[in-house]
Design a protein. Sequence first.
Length: 518
Amino acid sequence: MPDLESLVDDGNYLGSERARLENQVILDELERKKKARALAVPTDDTKVKARLREIGEPVTLFGERAADRRDRLIYVLSQINAARGEDAMAVDEESSEDESEEEQEEFYTPGSLELLEARQHIAEYSLPRLELRYPAQQRVAQQRLDSRMDLGRVVDIRKKVFAEVKKFSNLGSQIGDERPLSQVRFAPNNKILATGSWSGTVKLWNVPACTEIRALRGHSDKVGGIAWHPTATLSQPEEAVNLVSGAADGNVNLWSLKSDQPLAIMKGHQDRVCRVAFHPSGNYVGSASFDTSWRLWDVTTAKELLLQEGHSKEVYAIDFQNDGALAVSGGLDAIGRVWDLRTGKTAMVLDGHVKAILAAAFSPNCYQVATGASDDTIRIWDMRAIKSLYTIPAHLSNVSDIRFFHANDLYFKHSPPDVSMNGTDEEDKDKRTEVDAEKEYRLAQEEWRYRSGLFFASSGYDGLVKLWSADDWQLQRTLSTDAGKVMSVDISSDGNMIASGTYNRNFQLFAPEETVTL
């Protein structure tokens, strides 16, 4: 017979039961959110309002935006589903029918003649051309050669590159502005660093000396993005367009290197402009905005060519493929989209992040895309397989920026094949033939091209810059900054420097240990 004292409740049972119920409530809420993400809800604001009216909800609330209204509809429908239990599918099916009708109904927005000409030019640029550059053809040919490389040589190159990557350390730090630095970008010649600030100012700095060259003042609010013209500081005249910036004043400004006033101010966005990017041809600029669109601009005329919708919330990130055929956009709706610039169609939807996408970057191989988000992860997407390849738990807080290493042939450091330049004395010259010199040159050039895209950098609000391999996605180096939030990161095209911009107004330079000298 059980002891009476053992049947007396001492409070432990009630405590454990209370904990069980609380855990169940949390699990139920997580399950509701999971189902809510799967709900098929219209993206058109008119249909969202009609759906809210049908279920007896206010059509709009004070100060509510279209994106907020859609989120409210998702929340209400998920609550209805949870309450109905078995009948929940009826709501889902009804929503799915609306969405399927929306998908089947194709619509077209009339485009301008300028947009048609731009699409034709982009197609001619991205496909093989009878000029000095062959973007797609040259890349594919090079990738075929890389695929035939001896495995032992590939391993040796990887070991050499990652050994150099692991040597990066802090070169110095400089106060860049009176407010946080939103973005940092190296000029193509790697001698100038541009910084964009929440003060609305873009500054140019000599690197690695970190001395200010010029302050560009043309924005009245936070600068969100900056980008260099592909040939700026190389062959582009200083009085021509060399730089572009976008800011919270809704403007996209074009700059030369000769004046502290913009060459042109491109207006059209209805809200804050975040990231901006130059098309690799240098003829077009892309800008992402909080007005839920990204836009394509003609650099020559400073006119808007394309207003591209497709995100249900603010668009934050944008980047162009090296070939120039594709663009990627990332939004606060946690969705990324790859766009075919030649047709205007969506080539791939990047659906996998659970929070806002803050960074997007094409790999130099042109078929992989990396996205970073507020869920602290980086996702690698393969456009050939049309899926996510890998998820990297990258930072402890928001992933703010991602930059692949793009090797520029201009910085290929090796003497051309010339027997007269080989060796230090007559004996060495006799031993080395012209064939040997040419073979050595070819192998060195092969190695330099193979380096392009072999690693990338990420920055996060955990105060860290991290360097990753781009083939097995493993962490190679962690660099600490003097800030709680790192807003941006960039890698120079010669691979000798990395820059980061931080919330505490500083930018840092990092370099391999043997070159850490000013």
